[in-house]
Unconditional design. Structure first.
Length: 506
């Protein structure tokens, strides 16, 4: 009862006229920030942070948190509409959202994304409300061995149950791992893989540059070849019957968004993990547990629901270690943490005691931001579909310009613009040769997390690999990952034994 009383007081604070107006404004701004390639929630929060000094600290944090939520929703828009991820958190949405749009079912993808985001956000906020302190303690138990085991599980889901050519999947992962290793060594500080001694390669390849290159320019080239310049989305319409049918299809995926919400929230509370690994892992697990895994990558609604539920759940989860421990769970919450310190709010366990009105007002504002983000997103679907009906001869130059601007805005380096063009051609060739792109994207996202965790674990254990197996959390995760990695071999042997048995019986 005490919890409900604190939450009701929080709603009274969140629905004060100034706070309520800032929440709605934050959601709307966040939708457009998330939909703009190259911006994303990190840049949006960082750019608008100085403007929030005009309002009280609690109102400012509510506005920025609403912007964060809106950006999570908005990232799916350009992923589905143009095949360009609005942010790294929306890359996995492109895998099936874009094929749905090409088939004339963009309304289905957009409704599924909005409702999955709402479901993921709601579940994560409830978990946040109920279990904030104990979950933060669990997150502290995750050391380098546990993080490495979790990353191995993410790779294993793509290899063991991908349904694609296993050799091509592993090759794609290796390509991504090599690209993630470019730059300075994390332990020795020595430069490595600095191709042709170009200065631009001394810093790591920016993930947004990679994502926009492969999914923006590469997808544009592929679509031009397939469509021959015609609009491929002209069949997308909004009618009452289609909306009801889409709602029924979404409801049939409730197991997927429920699983993705819990997984995303759990990954989100791990320090420095963030929403991108959570969305990619949820996509892999959804494909692993689906009755029709072959449909993934071709326009499966579950392939949109899983990453969208996970990235919204992770965005809430990443706030938990920030508020309870003072440890940011994502780049965006790192910016929020800086703002809180500037405003004189000290994150940590005492925050729930010393600033009780602020904490519960913020939690209540998350419920409001989640609801308004879903409603506004769904209300704008007819506008998005109208935009999709534009002939591709007009859309293609627009996509190209957005890709160039988004890639440059992410790093402000011309080197990355040229690199993005090269990566776009590479992405097109991968599609042409029927290589899966998703594993490469997964590797370049998780590579910078996996490598330091592996090397630091081995440094701690003096090179003993058993450090990954003799710990209570990392051990079961590693064993599960190994089983999934070898699952295709076990399946092949089982089929061969059955075939031999059938031939002998015959």
């Amino acid at each position: 009862m005490e919890l409900l009383g604190l939450l009701s007081e929080g709603f009274l604070i969140a629905f004060e006229p100034l706070n309520f107006g800032l929440i709605v404004l934050g959601v709307v701004v966040g939708l457009f920030v998330g939909a703009m390639p190259g911006l994303g929630s990190v840049n949006g929060v960082a750019i608008l942070l100085p403007m929030t000094f005009l309002v009280p600290p609690a109102s400012a944090i509510m506005f920025l948190a609403a912007l964060y939520y809106g950006a999570m929703y908005g990232g799916a828009i350009s992923s589905i509409m143009l095949g360009i991820p609005g942010a790294s958190t929306a890359v996995a949405t492109t895998f099936d959202g874009r094929p749905l749009a090409i088939k004339g079912e963009a309304d289905r993808a957009l409704i599924a994304a909005a409702l999955a985001s709402f479901g993921g956000g709601t579940i994560s906020i409830v978990l946040f409300t109920l279990f904030a302190p104990p979950l933060a303690t669990i997150a502290l138990d995750f050391g380098d061995p546990e993080i490495f085991a979790l990353m191995m599980l993410a790779f294993a889901t793509f290899v063991g149950l991908s349904g694609d050519d296993i050799a091509k999947t592993i090759f794609s992962i290796c390509i991504g791992m090599v690209m993630s290793a470019i730059g300075f060594d994390v332990i020795s500080g020595e430069p490595r893989l600095v191709l042709f001694d170009l200065i631009g390669f001394q810093s790591k390849i920016n993930f947004l540059v990679l994502a926009i290159g492969i999914y923006g320019i590469g997808e544009m080239m592929w679509t031009i070849e397939v469509s021959r310049g015609d609009s491929m989305m002209s069949k997308a319409t909004v009618t009452v019957d289609r909306v009801m049918a889409n709602l029924k299809i979404f409801w049939n995926t409730w197991k997927t968004w429920f699983m993705a919400s819990f997984l995303g929230f759990f990954v989100g509370i791990l320090p420095a993990a963030g929403a991108t690994p959570g969305s990619l892992m949820a996509y892999g697990v959804a494909k692993m547990t689906s009755k029709t895994p072959d449909d993934f990558g071709k326009g499966a609604v579950e392939g949109v629901v899983a990453p969208e539920a996970a990235n919204n759940a992770a965005s809430t989860g990443s706030m938990l270690p920030m508020l309870t421990l003072g440890i940011p769970g994502s780049p965006t919450t790192a910016v929020l943490l800086g703002g809180m310190v500037i405003w004189g709010l000290q994150p940590g366990p005492r925050l729930f005691v010393d600033e009780i009105d602020f904490v519960w007002g913020l939690i209540a504002s998350l419920y409001a931001a989640n609801l308004f983000a879903a409603l506004i997103n769904i209300a704008f679907i007819p506008l998005f579909l109208w935009f999709l009906k534009t002939p591709f001869t007009i859309l293609a130059p627009l996509i190209f310009v957005l890709s160039m601007v988004g890639g440059y805005a992410a790093t402000e380096r011309m080197f990355d613009v040229w690199l993005m063009l090269i990566l776009g051609v590479g992405g097109y060739l991968l599609r042409k040769l029927d290589y899966p792109v998703a594993p490469a994207v997964l590797a370049i996202v998780l590579g910078p997390i996996t490598e330091p965790a592996l090397r630091q674990s081995l440094l701690i254990s003096d090179g003993d690999l058993m450090v990954f197996f003799n710990r209570p959390i990392s051990g079961p995760i590693m064993i599960t990952a190994i089983i999934l990695l070898f699952l295709p071999l076990f399946q092949a042997l089982w089929r061969r034994m059955r075939n031999k048995g059938g031939a002998t019986a015959g």
